[in-house]
Design a protein around this ligand. Structure first.
Ligand SMILES: [Zn+2]
Ligand SMILES: [Zn+2]
Length: 244
């Protein structure tokens, strides 16, 4: 066990006090905070941006005019207070125990549960991979922890795998870059494991990640999977930034 895993085990949240309002006894986030901050909203079915209540279609205007690159995309929560802080704790303080709470929040939403429930063992559930450098530094891939927690909690029968899609190039953190530079930064960053490329052909793939901002990482990974012959590529993310 490496240091960050040990650190994560020691500092995992003890589910007795709400991590947002500090009320206790509580689930990791209490019911009142879930109602206040975690209400499901209508989202675009291909990019998961929040839609205005009166929006007449299931896609946002942008996706309706040009295909987004994902067949479907689901997000459970806004990337805003308090979820952005909790995701940071999960990721940067190695509090991997949060994956269980995050997965239960995802499958608690009907659309997500229905989508995951119709997958078969032929379909892939793939975490967005980290580069070897970042994985070594962080000690775990937060998207893989989330993927495994999703499988534990849902009736999702898709096959989870953390080594089929690879991140072969270390890139600057996307958060440091302007939107226009994000796709360039990711050129050549992902690849399907060369010896296993045939396993993607004709199959449906669902990518899993914790945060979706511009979507550049998911879209770049999706195009690599389509080039390898995937029949559909969708994504399930915990949090999504607001429309800009
Ligand atoms: Zn609370
Ligand atoms: Zn959209």
């Amino acid at each position: 066990m490496n240091f960050s895993t040990l650190h994560g085990l020691l500092t995992n949240h003890i589910p007795s006090q709400c991590a947002v309002c500090r009320r206790w006894p509580s689930a990791p986030v209490c019911q009142a905070c879930m109602v206040r901050f975690g209400q499901p909203v209508r989202r675009c079915r291909t990019c998961a941006l929040e839609l205005p209540a009166e929006h007449p279609r299931t896609q946002c205007n942008r996706c309706a005019h040009e295909p987004f690159g994902l067949d479907a995309c689901f997000a459970a929560l806004p990337y805003a207070f308090p979820w952005s802080e909790l995701v940071s704790r999960y990721k940067f303080d190695s509090q991997t125990g949060w994956a269980t709470f995050m997965a239960s929040t995802l499958v608690g939403q009907t659309a997500m549960r229905d989508f995951l429930g119709q997958l078969t063992p032929e379909d892939w559930l793939l975490p967005l991979p980290l580069s070897t450098e970042r994985l070594a530094w962080r000690g775990f891939n937060q998207a893989w922890e989330l993927t495994r927690a999703l499988q534990r909690q849902s009736t999702c029968r898709a096959t989870a795998d953390a080594s089929l899609l690879l991140r072969i190039r270390h890139t600057r953190p996307q958060s440091e870059l302007k939107r226009s530079a994000r796709l360039d930064n990711l050129k050549g960053a992902f690849a399907v494991e060369p010896l296993r490329a045939a396993e993607v052909k004709g199959r449906r793939v669902v990518l899993v990640d914790d945060v979706m901002t511009s979507g550049a990482s998911l879209l770049t990974a999706a195009s690599v999977l389509r080039q390898a012959g995937a029949s559909q590529v969708s994504a399930v993310v915990l949090t999504r930034t607001a429309p800009t």
